[in-house]
Write a protein that binds this ligand. Structure first.
Ligand code: FES
Ligand code: FES
Length: 181
């Protein structure tokens, strides 16, 4: 029997047909996003990030690295922060997904959004939706008692504009407000 090495050398280890996407692979995925049920016909390998941006049209969540390294794509799933580029949409069926668009109540900004405005905690704004969702998740975790801990626990969210000081000021303000809710 040929080994896999023999087959590779003979050029027939992986028939080309195996590499062609299956046009019938799309399946219906049901998500609950910002309180609304959404039914999508997508392939099982579509990331939650792409499902939100490309299929649902919620472009507030940003794509930075697409590799779990920048935090721009952070959303909340059942209140916990997650990099949406690192999870598949199909894996989140039945969960409550909250994006930056779902944090405000009508015209009333979420206290974390308001704190970012109050402290001028953004420049280009690209990282901001991810920073805000991450900060809300951080408060839900209840682990950041000090400014240093907040800084450490927000280290997965990169700001290329360097607005970190103002971001920390904003989170500290919102932390005080949200802990009294
Ligand atoms: S886009 Fe997901 S972590 Fe960078
Ligand atoms: S405000 Fe520009 S990347 Fe953070």
């Amino acid at each position: 029997m040929n080994t896999i090495i023999d087959q590779i050398q003979q050029g027939n280890a992986w028939p080309l047909s195996h590499a062609v996407p299956d046009p019938d692979a799309a399946q219906t995925v049901s998500l609950k996003v910002n309180g609304q049920e959404v039914h999508l016909k997508i392939e099982p390998w579509v990331s939650l990030l792409d499902a939100l941006r490309e299929y649902i049209g919620l472009t507030g969540t940003k794509k930075g690295c697409d590799h779990g390294q920048c935090g721009a794509c952070t959303v909340l799933i059942d209140g916990k922060r997650i990099n949406s580029c690192l999870t598949l949409a199909v894996m989140q069926q039945g969960c409550e997904v909250t994006t930056i668009e779902g944090l405000s109540k009508g015209d009333n900004l979420h206290p974390m959004q308001q704190a970012f405005v109050d402290h001028d905690a953004y420049q280009c704004g690209y990282c901001t939706p991810g920073q805000i969702c991450s900060a809300v998740g951080l408060i839900n975790e209840g682990k950041a008692d000090t400014r240093e801990q907040t800084s450490e626990l927000m280290s997965g969210n990169i700001c290329r504009c360097g607005a970190y000081t103002n971001i920390l000021d904003a989170i500290e303000q919102a932390k005080g407000e949200l802990s009294h809710e």
